[in-house]
Design a protein around this ligand. Sequence first.
Ligand SMILES: Nc1ncnc2c1ncn2[C@@H]1O[C@H](COP(=O)(O)OP(=O)(O)O)[C@@H](O)[C@H]1O
Ligand SMILES: [Mg+2]
Length: 274
Amino acid sequence: MSPAAASALVVDGVTKRFTTPDGALTALEDVSFAVRPGEFLALIGPSGCGKSTLFNIIGGLTGGFEGQVRVDGAPIDGAHRAIGMVFQEESTFPWRTTLDNVAFPLEVAGMGKTERYARAKNLIKLVGLDGFENRYPAELSGGMRQRTALARTLAAEPRILLMDEPFAALDEQTRLLLGDRLLQIQQALKQTTLLITHSIAEAVQLADRVVVMTYRPGRVKRVFDIDLPRPRNSEIVSSAAFGHYVAQIWNDLREEAAKGLDESEAIARRTGQH
Ligand SMILES: Nc1ncnc2c1ncn2[C@@H]1O[C@H](COP(=O)(O)OP(=O)(O)O)[C@@H](O)[C@H]1O
Ligand SMILES: [Mg+2]
């Protein structure tokens, strides 16, 4: 097998430009990386570096870019059924219970009620929401709603799970514990996962490799192998090895984060918000 065919997902030379009122903006420039089957890859970068743009490109929601996205070696054009997306913003259906949210993709696929509820209940258990099947999203916490969205995405049995800062709105402790949950799920399903995040701790806690992006235009700055033993859980955050990786990644990232901060302050001065 060639190295390319051994990758579940390949992002190859992706460049994306937007036309804005201030002129052309290069959001991503020649971004290339590959995710191996069963691998957990985290992509980290400061706000505005093009993470969500890349998420939308891989998920087939944004077109008009240079380069290629390949799944199992074949270029994709638009949404691909192998890829399941979990969005940053809340995406549960408020008018549906947890059970009917999670069963939704199965319902769309025409699966009968008994079977889709049985499958949905298994996934609800997997994300740790058993007992909450009949609650509506408004009756759940933010973390529980994100787990509902995750279970709903998993119901479609995507081979590649693609997540854009799914826990960004949650507090640090909840994030760490949901990270544990995600690790258990990945262990159970052996799912190829690409997690987009701006949290170094989250990236190191969860990933096999961490791709660090530059600030605008977003490029791959460095790729770190996270050689921490598995199975992992959030206890790892107190280990020396964990701290070592966090320090190394921060060393690379701080420069990029600083550029983002400088730029947003310059914009604020120009627009008189300072
Ligand atoms: N549809 C769009 N039109 C114009 N500019 C966009 C559009 N989407 C994103 N951008 C710009 O591209 C850059 C990257 O944005 P984004 O991908 O959301 O970054 P991140 O998710 O890393 O915070 C930002 O400067 C943003 O303003
Ligand atoms: Mg984003």
